[in-house]
Design a protein around this ligand. Structure first.
Ligand SMILES: *Cc1c(COP(=O)(O)O)cnc(C)c1O
Length: 378
């Protein structure tokens, strides 16, 4: 089946009890049991809820894994996955990772004796050199955030396997439509479903999918023990979003490409970061390992003042944190998504004060370009 068909026909789309063509919202905390001897499938809704289960089955299918898990947020998904580790364990992490992932690793898991080394994973040698006897996992984001560096996921996963490391990939920017890390050798995929999967700026949610049944059992134990599960209303919203994932991303990617090409031509712009541009250092690799280049375009203006002028001057994109929605979202990484990273470290990473990140929505590309154009020349 093609991906667009799979989005609508996962096997979980019809309620088995009533035939409802949209999975019902089971707003319930506990389930009556027939008798002590015959426990039902569901007992308590932290442990399992039919609405959440439908979403978990859908994401597992779309990512090609054995089991999916839905969490209260992307960070809840990430944190629960990180609980697979123990004191003394070490991780190697993509250096321009999502700011919240950096924060939880450096300020929460560090206190529990779990350490992380942040390297530019777009060069596999950097990963190789960071491996220690304590290393247990790689945590990768490709394209990275906000500079859209590409990591060779199959290469990294192969390296991880040689050293008995888990490979965890945050696939938020790509979604399973454009990139399926489990097929490239990763063990765990994480999503902030708040972004493209939900797609409408109306829900906070996280997902994880694993490939191995034993690992699935371990993660299920942690999901139920830690308890940061997604509620049924929010599970339903994410399922509704997923149905239109392909049509949204097709349109958003096409517009992102046009906007990136236009940005390159603008004298006020110093640098454009979009993997779909042939000059992007990860272009060939992205073309090989993903089915598209996504709809996030980052760019640096020639001055900090110009960057602030554009952020304040645009009329169509929402000036906001977040991405992956139907409406375009423009953000300023240094004070928004990456504020949790210390300034000196941001500077080293190239997340500078002149950098703007644009999540391209469903508006007509020409309208977005006209809007950017007026903001450039205020
Ligand atoms: C937003 C985001 C997260 C965190 O997800 P929340 O749903 O906000 O908790 C993690 N990774 C990436 C790449 C993100 O963009």
């Amino acid at each position: 089946m093609h991906f667009s068909t799979k989005l609508l026909h996962s096997g979980s789309e019809i309620d088995p009890h009533t035939g409802a063509a949209s999975v019902p919202i089971y707003q319930v905390s506990t389930f009556g049991q027939k008798s002590l001897e015959e426990p039902g499938v569901y007992d308590y809704a932290r442990s399992g809820n039919p609405t959440r289960q439908a979403l978990e089955d859908i994401i597992a299918q779309l990512e090609g894994g054995v089991r999916g898990f839905a969490f209260a947020s992307g960070m809840a998904a990430t944190s629960t996955v990180l609980l697979l580790l123990s004191p003394g364990d070490h991780l190697i992490v993509s250096e321009d990772i999502y700011g919240g992932t950096y924060r939880v690793l450096t300020r929460v898991f560090s206190r529990l004796g779990i350490t992380a080394t942040f390297v530019d994973t777009s060069d596999l040698d950097n990963i190789k050199q960071a491996i220690t006897p304590q290393t247990k996992a790689l945590f990768l984001e490709s394209p990275s955030n906000p500079l859209l560096k590409i990591t060779d996921l199959a290469g990294a996963a192969a390296l991880a396997r040689q050293h008995n490391l888990l490979t965890i990939v945050d696939n938020t920017f790509m979604t399973p439509y454009l990139q399926r890390p489990l097929e490239l050798g990763a063990d765990i995929v994480i999503h902030s479903a708040t972004k493209y999967l939900g797609g409408h700026s109306d829900v906070i949610a996280g997902l994880a999918v694993v490939k191995d049944p034993d690992l699935a059992n371990e993660l299920y134990f942690l999901q139920n023990s830690f308890g940061a599960v997604l509620g049924p209303q929010d599970s339903w919203l994410v399922m509704r979003g997923i149905k239109t994932l392909k049509v949204r991303l097709d349109q958003q990617q096409a517009s992102a490409h046009k906007i990136a090409e236009w940005l390159v031509q603008q004298p006020e712009v110093k640098e454009v970061y979009y993997p779909g541009l042939p000059h992007h250092p990860g272009h060939q690799l992205a073309a090989r390992q993903a089915q598209g280049f996504g709809a996030i375009v980052s760019f640096k203006m020639k001055s900090v003042e110009q960057a602030r002028q554009v952020l304040n001057g645009v009329k169509l994109p929402v000036l906001a944190v977040s991405l992956g929605a139907v409406e375009s979202i423009i953000s300023y990484p240094v004070t928004m998504s990456h504020a949790a990273i210390p300034q000196a470290r941001r500077q080293e990473l190239g997340v500078t004060d002149d950098l703007i990140r644009l999540s391209v929505g469903l508006e007509e590309a020409e309208d977005l370009i006209a809007d950017l154009s007026q903001a450039f020349r205020i």
